[in-house]
Write a protein that binds this ligand. Structure first.
Ligand code: NAP
Ligand code: F7E
Length: 358
């Protein structure tokens, strides 16, 4: 019989790639989709109502609403639940701390409790984050044994969800596993996250649609991988014989400045950095124009300056390792966004890019 999976966060970056992966593996895929006044399904439109994917279905529900969660689980009787739904933007979580705790934190508890009450043998995956490590020592690696020290309402909510998952595993013998994923990006990344903001913004600069890209902390350093590689790791975590916790990371860290420099280079812009602190600028060496400036509005009340993952456990136990290098990732994203903006410049063609404050 066909395996059945329920994915929360189905409309997000990871939800869309995981859906494609599970469909390819022959799964019946169900998605919990929250209601928005304007359809927010652009990442899964190619799967919805497509006769090629009869095994893909979504239903309205919300991580804040226990009754909708239980109803969906009862209806679709999944073998596996992947809880990817969250308010996932660290900066925004400072503006909406209570909502973040409710959705990103309590949302996990609501699902686990629904599974427990149903007494169903459902495997549960919790989308944990490197933000749970928070402030770490510079030059250190973080793995499954590194203590958590979250620095944001988002990190805090994820720590709550992480421990809730462990408590349900240990107390009730449930198959409940945590992934601790470091940053992973793609052309489907939300446009308010820094990588996508850079690849989209610099593409617009290159094509004359925008003069300057405003960023926050250029010194911040992240372990950035490719989302398509990471959903394979997520799948492997739930296929392992025991429910355990796994770090997924590349083992390389790069600063925001470095990401911008490489993206610019791939677009043929040679960036030269001038000035320090909030006066630092990225200048186009060729024409002297300012391409990148700092806007302190993008600084966070508390920052995670540095993250670097050690995914040796996942490599050894699950046989998972990332396939895409940092340079390849930047190239994939730059190419996508350059093409997207080029279409935008064609007369009569309007691409939809939703602008938010961040
Ligand atoms: P994303 O693109 O921001 O997607 C988040 C998803 O959660 C969206 O489908 C969103 O729906 C949904 N959601 C938000 N509020 C909800 C609610 N109240 N009820 C139900 N669903 C709700 O995030 P992602 O990058 O795919 O990440 C997937 C998961 O992994 C998240 O839990 C994230 O925190 C975690 N994570 C991500 C990374 C990373 O680098 N990407 C790293 C570690 C952990 P809408 O489309 O309607 O907004
Ligand atoms: O920021 C700095 C910012 O918002 C990365 C989420 O998927 O990964 C993600 O969280 C860094 C931070 O991602 C801008 O201050 C500079 O230091 O792209 P980001 P994040 O905060 O690392 C983790 C693992 C998750 O779990 C989260 O769900 O870049 N930065 N200038 C900026 N960040 C943003 N967003 N915008 C800027 O203009």
């Amino acid at each position: 019989m066909r395996k059945r999976a329920l994915i929360t966060g189905i409309t997000g970056q990871d939800g869309s790639y995981l859906s494609e992966l599970l469909l390819k593996k022959g799964y019946q895929v169900y998605g919990l989709q929250r209601h928005t006044s304007y359809p927010n399904t652009y990442r899964i439109d190619h799967l919805i109502n497509n006769p090629k994917f009869p095994n893909f279905l979504t239903a309205y529900g919300d991580l804040s609403d226990s009754s909708s969660i239980s109803a969906i689980i009862e209806k679709c009787e999944p073998d596996e639940i992947y809880n990817l739904g969250a308010l996932s933007h660290v900066g925004v979580s400072f503006s909406m701390p209570e909502y973040t705790a409710d959705i990103t934190g309590l949302g996990a508890l609501r699902i686990l409790e629904a599974i427990r009450q149903l007494k169903a043998p459902i495997k549960y995956y919790q989308a944990g984050s490197s933000e749970m490590f928070g402030k770490v020592e510079k030059d250190s690696f973080q793995n499954e044994n590194t203590p958590f020290n979250p620095q944001s309402p988002y990190g805090l909510a994820k720590v709550f969800a992480f421990h809730t998952t462990k408590i349900y595993r240990n107390s009730y013998g449930m198959f409940a596993a945590n992934g601790i994923l470091f940053n992973h990006e793609s052309p489907r990344r939300g446009i308010s996250f820094v990588t996508r903001k850079i690849t989209l913004g610099l593409s617009r600069v290159k094509l004359g649609m925008q003069d300057t890209l405003m960023l926050g902390n250029l010194n911040s350093s992240r372990d950035w991988g490719y989302a398509k590689d990471y959903v394979e790791g997520i799948f492997k975590i739930l296929q392992y014989k025991d429910a355990e916790d796994f770090v997924l990371a590349t083992g390389e860290t790069h600063s925001v400045r470095e990401f911008a420099q490489i993206a610019a280079k791939q677009l043929g812009i040679d960036l030269q950095w001038k000035g320090t602190g909030i006066r630092e600028k990225g200048i186009n060496r060729k024409n002297g124009k300012t391409v990148i400036e700092i806007d302190p509005i993008h600084f966070r009340p508390s920052e995670v300056d540095y993250l670097l993952g050690d995914a040796r456990k996942a490599r050894k136990v699950l046989g998972w390792k990332p396939k895409t290098s940092f340079n390849e990732l930047v190239e994939i994203m730059v190419k996508n966004d350059y093409d997207l903006v080029r279409k935008e410049t064609r007369p009569g063609h309007k691409i939809e890019v939703r602008h938010r404050f961040y």
